[in-house]
Design a protein around this ligand. Structure first.
Ligand code: ADE
Ligand code: ZN
Length: 324
């Protein structure tokens, strides 16, 4: 891999911690917790990571999460990610977690939170990676379920910067969660949402106008709406783009057809992220490398992407300025 890309200080802003569960750790945890996996071997698991769309991925991703049971499992998961991120010079990471995929299985919110949070603190101390936590609501579940999750997060709100929205996009518009996001903002959370990954540009407008998001996660379908592109550029609302994810989930046919460069050229605050690296074949540096190679990005453009990642982060202004 290009030394310039690996060595460049980067912030990661779109990373589902459950999506960093490598098959090796999945098997270790399955054994530790006496859980039967639908795969017989690591190579069989990897072979199953062949997706047609977002839903076909989500089905396997939620199944994988079942091996996470104890606080230590969440710690080990997060620690493994941080060690990998450190080798790629990630200086700051803003991590999503999906409490509902665990609380639905009878795991306490606190177990999930404590394991992740303790590892993040260790990562800050031992690896020098600063962090923020974002609690996501699963949009295929009801608004009432999201509200219960928000209430579970309230005791930890001093250490959770934002709420987000993920899972099956089509048919689950941001409007469905307007009241929950209103409540979250009243409680002091910032907001983000996956929008325009598979869903239409109208969902991006809803995320902006109804959920008052600080960033759009993915947002690549914004290209279909000229007024939206103009607005995103003028307001510098960041997009957390995940190139390898978009290829694996068939949002674009090939990496050469990805619109990241187009969005960058149109003046949008585009960032590069890994989404679910254990499932999509690469961490953040592999994502930078893939777009550099396929879209012929020069060093100035790569540098701009890394600069955008700090600009778009929830770091304090003075910290951002010292890092950029
Ligand atoms: N959950 C994990 N990865 C996701 C993605 N790319 N889109 C929506 N929900 C997700
Ligand atoms: Zn995502």
């Amino acid at each position: 891999m290009d030394n310039f890309i690996v060595g460049l200080p980067k912030a990661e802003l779109h990373l589902h911690i459950e999506g960093t569960l490598e098959p090796e750790l999945m098997f270790t945890l399955a054994e530790r917790n006496k859980i039967k996996l639908p795969f017989h071997s690591i190579s069989e698991a990897k072979q199953a990571y062949n997706f047609n769309n977002l839903q076909s991925f989500l089905d396997i991703y939620y199944q994988g999460s079942n091996v996470l049971q104890q606080e230590q499992d969440f710690y080990d998961l997060t620690w493994a990610y941080l060690q990998k991120a450190a080798t790629q010079n990630v200086k700051h990471t803003e991590i999503f977690f999906d409490p509902q995929s665990h609380t639905e299985r009878g795991i306490a919110f606190e177990t999930v939170y404590q394991g992740i949070y303790r590892a993040l603190q260790a990562g800050q101390k031992e690896l020098g990676i600063s962090f923020q936590l974002i609690v996501c609501f699963l949009r295929h579940l009801s608004a009432a379920e999201a509200l219960k999750t928000l209430e579970m997060a309230l005791p930890y709100k001093e250490t959770i910067i934002a709420v987000g929205l993920d899972s099956s996009e089509q048919g689950n518009p941001p409007a469905k969660f307007q009241a929950i996001f209103d409540r979250a903002r009243k409680e002091g959370f910032l907001t983000v949402a996956h929008a325009g990954e598979e869903g239409a540009p109208a969902y991006i407008w809803e995320a902006i106008n109804l959920l008052h998001v600080s960033r759009i996660d993915h947002g690549v379908r914004s290209i279909e709406d000229q007024d939206l592109i103009k607005y995103l550029a003028e307001q510098q609302i960041p997009l957390t783009v995940c190139p390898l994810s978009n290829i694996k989930l068939k949002v674009f046919e090939t990496i050469e057809k990805h619109n990241l460069k187009q969005l960058l050229d149109l003046g949008l605050c585009v960032t590069v992220n890994s989404d679910d690296p254990a499932y999509f074949g690469g961490y953040i540096a592999e994502n930078y490398q893939a777009v550099q190679d396929a879209l012929n990005l020069n060093q100035t453009e790569i540098y701009q992407l890394a600069k955008n990642s700090f600009q778009a982060s929830f770091l304090q202004l003075e910290t951002k300025q010292s890092l950029i």
